[in-house]
Write a new protein. Structure first.
Length: 640
């Protein structure tokens, strides 16, 4: 079949909600498209008109489809800065604030919240962000199924293990009105079980010689496990079947003669792939089965994740190893993975914004935030002490005078193609660690080097709206791990209903699928894999993602009656070239580095009136860290 015929079969030419003009157009759009439309001329800052797209009544980023996440228009200025561009002709806005926050992610919003709490209600705060929406990675995706709203998450998925949250992080959630215990009621933990839906693995013909869906043992939090009777269905060599069963069931000490601590040290410095091949001595096909199973947590495959990390996550092979007791289980597995708003942790960001800027979002509970529609025109209102300015990339933050004694910081940002200057008594950089050396060239070299050490993990979270989910019911699956495919995980959305939002619990209803991709390059050191993945993401067109979505869903689900041309209604690709904070992969990092010598600790030191927040500042890619780092940065201001 020719490529064109295949595209037609997949429905590549079909009308779907992918690039609806009013909601989906990029801010960086050329003026020729806008000719003759006065509202848009104004919105996009054609010379003579103020740049204020957020004031347009049609401005509503959560409903934009097509390429989201790090969308076009959000990253180009920062890359120009990296490449040495200067903005000598910036205009002075004449604005001054008590605090300027760079980054409207959860950390920046939390920092503004704490600052107001400690310094008083009248505090004047400006929060700047380069995206067209607030929340950073915590992004809301909205879809329309007829009159019904479907909600998805573009990044930050769930409040993970809130029982382990610090007093500061859980305290903020409580102050916002979030009671995590309520998710036991809102998350239907029985729905998929009651329909006999399980996890499955899709083996693709390019990697395994044939396309085949094989059920897993059940819902496994992380990793892969097969029931004995299903192992024979896996399209791998006969010897690999036996090895897989041995790996799952045998209780063998693969490192005899070593103490538990010595084993731990060795496993930290051995990849799970090498552990399987060199210690368990499995057939190479077994590694292919596990290769991408670590993508969602580490953004690399088992070639670049330590065997020790896999042991902690419950991977097979460690039953007879007698590892140190305290490290065998990951405490995060003690709580179910149910603490999920329908739009993920975007609800936390939205509740922070609701508290900070009056009038943007109505309501006051964790329930009424779910369906609330944000009024973006109110975000940057001169009458409000706290303002959020989107579509604004900061290119410089410098002290006016000697950093040790200066009274003010001057921040330069680019908005609508124009560089502008503002002043703040304090500045918190709640953006990415690696952009900070470019923003603050006056910082000490050691600190700048430490900040540059962080390489964020790239991810793609794609939400696909489908006409119904009957194919999942027919195949008896709720989630599919696909070790050799473009997207390594495909899952039905989480079954959460709250605040007037109802999960489409009947398979006849339109619902969202979540597809995850980690664009890595097995074989390289993990940071090089992340760099390669980042490059892949910025150079991949939406059309390529769309074709991959259609091709993969068609091949996985057509046995269940799914037709990608007929059944796909909308696609949102949330690409995050700079995703999770870098978490010091034990396999590639020194074993015995003291806390004070961790690059993130050196990097986050206060620099005069400039403080550093963001989850990178603690090398931990979680919402609680983002909150804690915002809190720490504000405490540093107060102390100073
Ligand atoms: C795909 C994905 C899924 C995740 N899932 C979970 C999860 O389920 N649970 C969990 O706890 N955590 C999760 N995380 C991690 C969590 O999202 C983060 O730890 C947290 O949200 C980070 O918040 P932050 O404010 O520190 O950073 P960010 O959310 O990255 O916000 C920083 C903001 O600063 C902006 N910025 C950067 N440079 C500039 C500049 N020069 N000028 C202006 N603005 C700038 C950025 O664009 C961004 O908007 C996930 C992360 C990703 C990427």
């Amino acid at each position: 079949m020719s490529d064109r015929d295949r595209d037609r079969e997949l429905g590549m030419g079909r009308e779907i909600t992918r690039r609806d003009f009013l909601n989906g157009v990029s801010i960086a759009v050329g003026t020729s498209l806008l000719a003759g439309n006065p509202t848009w001329l104004k919105a996009f800052g054609v010379p003579g008109s103020p740049f204020a797209p957020e004031k347009d009544p049609g401005y509503y980023p959560p409903a934009k489809t097509g390429m989201r996440g790090s969308h076009d228009g959000s990253w180009e200025i920062a890359h120009d800065l990296r490449d040495g561009k200067k903005w000598p002709d910036s205009a002075d806005d004449g604005e001054s604030y008590d605090l300027i926050v760079v980054g409207a992610g959860i950390s920046g919003l939390a920092a503004a919240y704490y600052y107001r709490k400690l310094a008083g209600k009248e505090s004047r705060i400006l929060i700047l962000d380069n995206h067209d929406d607030f929340g950073g990675h915590a992004k809301r995706n909205e879809f329309q199924a007829g009159k019904r709203l479907l909600l998805g998450y573009g990044g930050t998925q769930s409040i993970e293990a809130p029982g382990n949250y610090s007093k500061v992080a859980i305290g903020l959630l409580k102050e916002l009105g979030i009671d995590t215990q309520k998710f036991y009621k809102y998350y239907d933990q029985k729905l998929f079980d009651s329909m006999h839906l399980k996890e499955a693995v899709f083996f693709d013909k390019e990697t395994f010689g044939t396309d085949r869906l094989v059920p897993q043992r059940g819902l496994h939090y992380f990793g892969v496990e097969f029931a004995m009777e299903n192992v024979a269905q896996i399209p791998i060599a006969e010897a690999a079947h036996k090895d897989l069963l041995r790996l799952q069931h045998a209780s063998v000490d693969y490192m005899p003669g070593l103490s538990p601590e010595q084993k731990k040290t060795k496993l930290i410095k051995t990849s799970y792939k090498d552990f399987l091949l060199q210690y368990v001595k499995v057939h190479a096909d077994v590694v292919k089965v596990f290769q991408s199973s670590t993508h969602d947590l580490f953004a690399v495959g088992v070639d670049a994740v330590s065997a020790y990390d896999c042991a902690r996550e419950g991977y097979p092979g460690f039953k007879g190893m007698h590892l140190p007791k305290s490290h065998e289980q990951n405490p995060e597995q003690d709580e179910p993975y149910i603490f999920h708003f329908p739009d993920g942790n975007a609800s936390i960001a939205r509740m922070l914004v609701r508290s900070l800027v009056p009038g943007v979002l109505p309501g006051h509970t964790m329930e009424d935030i779910v369906m609330a529609r944000a009024d973006y025109a109110r975000l940057d209102d001169a009458a409000s002490p706290i303002r959020i300015r989107l579509n604004s990339t900061v290119v410089k933050a410098r002290h006016l005078g000697d950093p040790a004694n200066a009274k003010e910081v001057e921040v330069t940002y680019v908005r609508g193609g124009q560089a502008r200057r503002i002043r703040g008594a304090n500045c918190i950089l709640a953006c990415y660690n690696m952009v900070i050396p470019f923003l603050c060239p006056e910082m000490p070299d050691k600190q700048r080097e430490a900040l540059a050490y962080c390489v964020k993990l790239p991810f793609v979270y794609t939400n696909v709206q489908i006409r119904n989910w009957k194919a999942f019911q027919k195949l008896g699956v709720s989630g599919i791990y696909a070790p050799g495919s473009y997207f390594s995980n495909v899952t039905l959305d989480f079954p959460v209903s709250m605040g007037g939002y109802h999960f489409p619990s009947s398979p006849e209803e339109s619902c969202l699928l979540h597809l995850m991709r980690s664009p890595c390059e097995p074989g390289l050191d993990c940071k090089d894999q992340y760099r390669a993945g980042r490059w892949e993401l910025v150079s991949t067109k939406f059309e390529t993602f769309e074709r991959q979505v259609r091709e993969q869903l068609g091949r996985m689900l057509s046995v269940g009656g799914f037709d990608p041309a007929r059944d796909i209604q909308a696609i949102m690709v949330n690409r995050w070239p700079h995703g999770y904070a870098y978490e010091y992969n034990a396999l590639f990092e020194p074993l015995d580095r003291p806390e004070s010598e961790r690059p993130c600790v050196i990097g986050r030191q206060p620099f005069g009136r400039i403080k550093i927040a963001n989850s990178d500042a603690d090398g931990h890619a979680y919402t609680n860290t983002a909150i804690e780092q915002g809190y720490r940065a504000v405490r540093e201001i107060v102390k100073a």
